[in-house]
Design a protein around this ligand. Structure first.
Ligand SMILES: Cc1ncc(C[n+]2csc(CCOP(=O)(O)OP(=O)(O)O)c2C)c(N)n1
Ligand code: SF4
Length: 282
């Protein structure tokens, strides 16, 4: 039987009270409850406080450039479609530096689970506005208030009919672990945007701020796209958490013309076929 202890217990560099601690707990809980052994998952991250999460897990890890976790994860998934590939990075990494990769991953519907730690700030670089920072929020780099309107990743993902879209909160560990299990089990691209306090640099969107607002909507049908759009756009005094949208598009790796249900290195073309191709270009 797999237990959370199999995923290790490491000293972290995070501040006490940071939401990353609880997200890490939820991840371990979800994987252990699914009976997944540490070697069966590959974590891919970029740069940032959130992106350090896989460093504190006993599992396979690829730590890439800022914003570039999704393309690396796409390559990994195509090379080994049987692997459980999880991308874990911050709002800046996924929606700022990696914004275009976020759109491409949704469009392709590649079988990845993206855990976006959304603390509405750049934590690692000490508190500049991120794409999800509220307009008017004064930060160290924007002392007169952030002039830009915030990006709503959940609304964008639902609009583009990403296969699985959810919003979680680091203060609800069991609820978040359950969302992670659902996201991993759903084929195609899955996003969980996770509201997470940064106790050091975001004094506006605190633990209490999120807790006061988040609620679980009753009777919501995640298969109803129009209902999902309405919920995805709700952000303010009340913020819905849970599965917002679930789609049925086939996963990218299932639609490729060549067989990808095995490891890529095993799908080598026959040598004589390869020779024939080489002859054409020689
Ligand atoms: C291409 C590039 N641009 C900028 C940086 C500097 N940088 C490093 S971490 C970071 C912000 C990280 O914020 P976020 O992704 O929200 O993660 P958090 O630290 O809040 O978890 C930035 C701007 C970088 N390393 N690479
Ligand atoms: S600076 Fe913010 S994001 Fe970074 S560890 Fe501290 S609380 Fe967490």
């Amino acid at each position: 039987m797999v237990s959370v202890d199999d995923y290790g217990d490491f000293e972290t560099a995070w501040c006490p009270g940071c939401g990353n601690h609880s997200i890490l707990k939820a991840v371990k809980k979800a994987l252990a409850s699914m009976g997944l052994e540490p070697h069966e998952s590959i974590f891919v991250s970029g740069i940032g406080q959130a992106a350090k999460s896989p460093h504190y897990l006993k599992a396979n890890v690829f730590n890439g450039l800022h914003g570039r976790a999704l393309p690396a994860a796409t390559g990994i998934k195509l090379a080994n479609p049987r692997a459980n590939v999880i991308v874990q990075s911050g709002d800046g990494c996924n929606y700022g530096e990696g914004g275009n990769h976020f759109l491409a991953a949704i469009r392709r519907n590649i079988g990845l689970t993206l855990l976006a730690h959304d603390n509405q700030i750049y934590g690692l670089t000490k508190g500049q506005a991120s794409p999800t920072t509220t307009q008017g929020h004064a930060t160290k780099a924007q002392p007169g208030g952030n002039p830009s309107a915030p990006f709503n990743p959940v609304a964008v993902a639902v609009t583009m009919q990403a296969n699985f879209v959810a919003r979680g909160f680091s203060g609800m560990i069991d609820h978040l672990a359950d969302l992670i299990v659902q996201a991993i089990n759903h084929p195609g691209f899955s996003l969980i945007d996770i509201m997470q306090p940064c106790v050091t640099f975001n004094k506006v969107n605190t633990f209490a701020w999120y807790k006061e607002r988040c609620y679980e909507p009753q009777g919501h049908d995640p298969e109803d796209w129009e209902q999902a759009i309405r919920l995805a756009n709700q952000w303010g005094d009340r913020i819905p958490v849970g599965v917002i949208y679930r789609g049925t598009r086939p996963a990218f790796e299932q639609t490729l013309p060549h067989p990808t249900n095995d490891l890529l290195y095993k799908n080598r073309p026959a040598r004589d076929v390869l020779k024939e191709i080489m002859n054409v270009y020689s």
